[in-house]
Write a protein that binds this ligand. Structure first.
Ligand code: GAL
Length: 365
């Protein structure tokens, strides 16, 4: 996969150069906001298919505008080369700070060298950029804690502390090119491992390593296809009791397959299934008794942290940092600001998601 990507990258770099020379500024979807300071901040987000990125993208544009800055917001459509080309373009247009949520954490080193030459500062947004010296700081959530919350939900629901079991469980993880994936997985496994070791949790497929359970691009369809294999091979007579799922898109892909295999009935209830991002579709699914849980991360707050970091950097101030240990990108620890995630299920979604205005009642209809 990496080789194919490298080849793709080379072709795209050539194309991008041509595009930049041809001056494609008009085609770039520049956010329209009038900035009194005439300074533009580039924002590169992975995709528009998850609500979260739309919510935080809009929040950042608004917050920058309120502070008198312009924002240049682009979505990469989960396409690494498209994202690199967007970043090239932002640098060519003179954006002064780049907020980047990498599609592939390892593929931005080269384009960030360009940023350095152009004196453009880079902030890793939500996902750490790896192998580059040119990352000033990192704004995210406590990703290890996200994994812990998901696993703890399973532990509580199955009453493992009380010694219940054995239960059948399967593990799913996020995209292997996203640095967050291992933090979620490690956070979860640190909680689940003792119960796997003592036999209260049985992984029927035997697939326990991150390399066996990851899901490229956080793609629900890929997860659904893996779920199908697992059910067909390991659960002909046994029932599945729990699924560790790292995010809502993956949970929904898994649930579609579970339904096709007859889950969701009195005789065969859905397993406990976790998630992340409080996507409207998943919250509806939680209300309907399908998905069990999601981890809510108030991305409007993350937007606020990233905007403030940008403004501080632009004004020569040191951004506020609350973690200087967890996130080493291969070139040293990147100073980070991490926000707390919140576990949400049927019992607290109204308070956490509706009362806070993160989602509207209409979005959950
Ligand atoms: C992760 C992010 C999650 C989720 C996932 C899928 O990097 O931390 O919140 O959005 O990507 O895009």
């Amino acid at each position: 996969m990496r080789q194919a990507r490298a080849a793709q990258l080379r072709t795209t770099t050539a194309v991008i150069t041509v595009l930049i020379l041809a001056g494609t500024a008009a085609a770039c979807g520049k956010a329209s906001s009038s900035g009194s300071k005439g300074i533009t901040i580039g924002i590169a987000l992975p995709n528009k298919s998850l609500d979260r990125y739309v919510i935080e993208g809009n929040a950042m544009v608004k917050q920058f505008a309120a502070k008198g800055y312009k924002a240049d917001l682009r979505y990469g459509n989960n396409d690494i080369n498209a994202q690199i080309s967007q970043i090239h373009n932002m640098i060519a247009l003179g954006d002064k700070v780049l907020l980047i949520s990498a599609i592939d954490g390892e593929s931005l080193g080269e384009v960030l060298l360009e940023a350095r030459d152009a004196h453009v500062k880079v902030i890793a947004y939500d996902r750490l950029i790896l192998g580059s010296r040119d990352v000033s700081c990192y704004a995210s959530f406590d990703n290890y804690k996200v994994g812990q919350l998901q696993a703890q939900y399973i532990v509580d629901k199955l009453r493992l502390k009380k010694g219940k079991g054995p239960f059948n469980m399967e593990l799913f993880a996020g995209s292997p090119d996203d640095n967050n994936t291992q933090y979620f997985f490690n956070g979860s496994l640190d909680i689940l491992q003792p119960y796997i070791d003592n036999g209260q949790l049985v992984i029927g497929s035997g697939q326990k390593r991150l390399s066996q359970v990851n899901t490229l691009n956080w793609d629900g369809a890929i997860a659904g296809a893996r779920m199908k294999d697992l059910l067909a091979t390991s659960y002909n007579s046994e029932r599945l009791d729990a699924i560790l799922s790292p995010d809502d898109a993956i949970s929904q892909g898994i649930i579609a397959t579970l339904k096709a295999f007859g889950y969701g009935t009195l005789a065969k209830p859905f397993p406990v299934i976790t998630g992340q991002d409080a996507e409207a579709a998943s919250v509806k699914s939680i209300i309907a008794g399908e998905q069990s849980e999601t981890v809510y991360k108030d991305t409007r707050k993350l937007a606020g942290v990233a905007v403030q970091m940008s403004v501080d950097i632009l004004n020569g101030r040191k951004p506020q940092i609350n973690d200087t240990k967890q996130y080493d990108n291969g070139n040293g620890v990147v100073p980070s600001y991490l926000l707390p995630p919140v576990s949400v299920d049927k019992s607290n979604y109204k308070r956490e998601l509706l009362d806070s205005g993160y989602l509207t009642a209409a979005e959950l209809k």
